[in-house]
Ligand binder design. Structure first.
Ligand code: ZN
Length: 115
């Protein structure tokens, strides 16, 4: 017998098929947030999940491909919002709530996941 809890867990922990799928997700989010991403690259990074230059070059930690999608999405939206709000001030948070209402819960889950 499958419990509802188990089913929910499976849904929230779905993983990326490949890097291409994650690239497509970046395209979708950049359309939605209406920012211009010029380049997407994957790299192994020790200290952060992602970074973006003011000109729109997005670097994603290759390790995100091994984690549940919700964390990759969090990293993508976080970096794209930086094109609208460079620091983590009030404006940044407003955009995060607008585009990813559960971003704080995701950040918490990411921290728990990586412990
Ligand atoms: Zn940031």
């Amino acid at each position: 017998m499958t419990s509802i809890a188990t089913e929910n867990k499976t849904t929230s922990e779905s993983y990326w098929k490949d890097a291409q799928e994650m690239r497509e997700s970046v395209e979708e989010w950049s359309d939605r947030i209406q920012v211009n991403v010029k380049q997407i690259q994957f790299r192994s990074m020790k200290r952060k999940w992602a970074s973006i230059s003011t000109s729109g070059r997005l670097t994603l930690n290759a390790g995100l491909l091994e984690l549940p999608k919700e964390f990759g999405e969090l990293a993508i939206v976080h970096e794209l919002v930086h094109l609208l709000a460079p620091n983590h001030g009030k404006l940044f948070k407003c955009y995060m709530w607008a585009y990813l209402p559960d971003w704080e819960e995701r950040e918490q889950r990411l921290r728990d996941f990586c412990e």
